[in-house]
Design a protein around this ligand. Structure first.
Ligand code: F6P
Length: 522
């Protein structure tokens, strides 16, 4: 696809000039000058209302950013994904996770799913989904199974764990969910202390079925199971993987597969979502998919100026490349979304943490911001100090849910008041000549609001985040779907693991050799 590099477009130069000219942009003045600013910079997308008005942008910024998207061919890149082109060029793969949420009945000759191969993939998707959901229902009905232990890491852990927590209000009674990801044996040991072989189902979740941490934990779990007298591996272990053969060789016969065109961090919609399906049931899992599908359609068809993933992705570019902001803080004002920052961290940073373009050429501009955060109101009593008065400006993303699902009086208004107040305080600031009590204000934030935290709204929120990452990656001209940066450490860990056994430090740098020596001390 022949699109110019983003920093060589006319829009980029115009944005640079616009940024310099509007250096003194003040949100407080912007609201005074434009009584319609809230309406102008907010919108309803499927299940998500977004207020972008407290961001450092005006109508001209929005227009120039849209021109940038057009010049960089964002729409063509989006359509290439939706039509099944192999846009993950370094792995020679298509990127079709959206297909996992597409209803079986939907015509496949629509604008964004034209190819025959997609139609056949869609049939496989639904056959696997039906089998996976039937199994989930069977496990839910099986009162003898009280504990589900998901063993997986990265995308095979963060998505399912985040979603099971988020949808705890929908969870089946009588089952506990455990997530073991770290190769630190304390994690698995702590879970094994709580469970019994006859009432536990282990789900070994790994796209590749080769990941060191997951294999180590799976091996130990199987060993524990047999040592504790467990016999029926087929009943107590299931594998969620694209590498069914490796799972079989491991000794697991109950397997649910998926495909190489699902990136790990985009996989909770696939068989990797089995713990979610067991927790909330087949119908709610289908609603999760349906909510995400609504957002897919919005992204695929809404005009760019009212396309929320496009607007958010472009805002991310504006902050990263023109304001030079290095991070984004995620503040879910909803305790059930407490693992969302970690999930989004992988989504953004593993996708867009790249320094070369699709052809492998070094880029002269910044890409992925650092994502971090904790649920509100906890963050307020920890690091919000820095957001309000620190030397760096950190755009904040508030994610709030209007209706609570508990019956405790008074909590929800307090929670929502705090979310609004923090966004307001960041923007308004407070002048105090004394210095220490002075809040500069004019600090930007985005406010995403869900009506209620349901499977459908969660699905839409997550798909929104996936697509906004796509948009900024498309502007930057990078491959958002590979992750070569994790490989070197994996290789070196293998080498060091064997040296820890032998004590061989030959060829190592002084620090690694010194530390290895200390670790080997009796
Ligand atoms: O090492 C990074 C990574 O490949 C992630 O992209 C992925 O989500 C995680 O490891 C787990 O991989 P797998 O599902 O193959 O075990």
């Amino acid at each position: 696809m022949a699109a110019p590099r983003c920093d060589q477009t006319a829009a980029w130069a115009a944005l640079r000039g616009h940024h310099e000219a509007s250096g003194g942009f003040d949100l407080r003045e912007a609201f005074k000058a434009d009584p319609h600013r809230f309406a102008r910079f907010s919108q309803q997308a499927p299940h998500v209302f977004a207020d972008l008005s407290k961001n450092l942008l005006d109508t001209r910024t929005g227009q120039l950013l849209l021109e940038l998207a057009r010049e960089c061919g964002v729409e063509a890149q989006r359509d290439a994904m939706f039509s099944g082109e192999k846009i993950n060029s370094t792995e020679d793969r298509a990127v079709l996770h959206f297909l996992l949420r597409k209803p079986a009945a939907e015509r496949t000759d629509s604008a964004w799913a034209a190819t025959k191969s997609i139609a056949s993939e869609l049939r496989q998707v639904h056959a696997t989904l039906d089998a996976m959901l039937a199994y989930a229902q069977q496990v839910r009905a099986d009162e003898a199974i009280t504990d589900i232990v998901n063993i997986g890491i990265g995308g095979s852990d963060l998505g399912p764990q985040m979603a099971v927590l988020a949808l705890q209000g929908y969870a089946v009674a009588g089952k506990r969910f455990h997530f073991v990801s770290n190769v630190d044996g304390h994690e698995l040991a702590a879970v094994l202390e709580q469970v019994r072989p006859q009432s536990t189902l282990f789900l070994v979740a790994s796209k590749t079925f080769t990941t060191l941490e997951t294999m180590a934990n799976a091996n130990s779990a199987r060993q524990w199971f047999t040592q504790q007298g467990g016999t029926d591996i087929a009943r107590h272990f299931a594998a969620l993987t694209t590498n069914v053969q490796a799972a079989k060789e491991f000794g697991i016969s109950t397997t649910f597969d998926f495909w190489d065109w699902v990136g790990g961090r985009y996989s909770l919609w696939s068989s990797i979502g089995l713990p979610i399906a067991i927790a909330v049931g087949a119908q709610h899992f289908r609603e999760l998919l349906a909510g995400a599908h609504e957002m897919d359609q919005h992204f695929a068809t809404a005009p760019l100026e009212s396309n929320l993933p496009v607007r958010l992705g472009l805002l991310d570019v504006w902050y990263r490349n023109f304001h030079g902001f290095t991070s984004r803080s995620i503040a879910p004002y909803c305790s059930a979304l407490r693992r969302l920052p970690a999930y989004l961290q992988q989504l953004e940073m593993e996708s867009n943490g790249k320094r070369v373009d699709r052809q492998g050429r070094l880029l002269p501009y910044a890409t992925s911001p650092v994502l971090w955060g904790e649920p509100g109101t906890n963050g307020q009593h920890a690091y919000f100090q820095m957001l309000h008065q620190g030397t760096d400006v950190v755009p904040a993303e508030f994610i709030a849910v209007r209706k609570a699902s508990h019956a405790l009086a008074g909590h929800q208004p307090l929670l929502l008041a705090n979310a609004l107040a923090q966004a307001q305080a960041l923007m308004q600031g407070k002048h105090d000549a004394g210095g220490h009590r002075d809040f500069p204000g004019n600090r930007p934030s985005t406010f995403l609001l869900l009506e209620a935290l349901t499977p459908a709204s969660l699905g839409a929120l997550l798909a929104l985040q996936e697509h906004r990452v796509f948009v900024s990656g498309a502007v930057w001209g990078i491959n958002s779907f590979d992750q070569w940066g994790v490989e070197l450490g994996k290789v070196l860990a293998g080498d060091i693991a064997s040296r820890l056994g032998t004590g061989d430090t030959s060829g190592l740098d002084g620090s690694t050799a010194g530390l290895l020596g200390r670790l080997r001390q009796p």
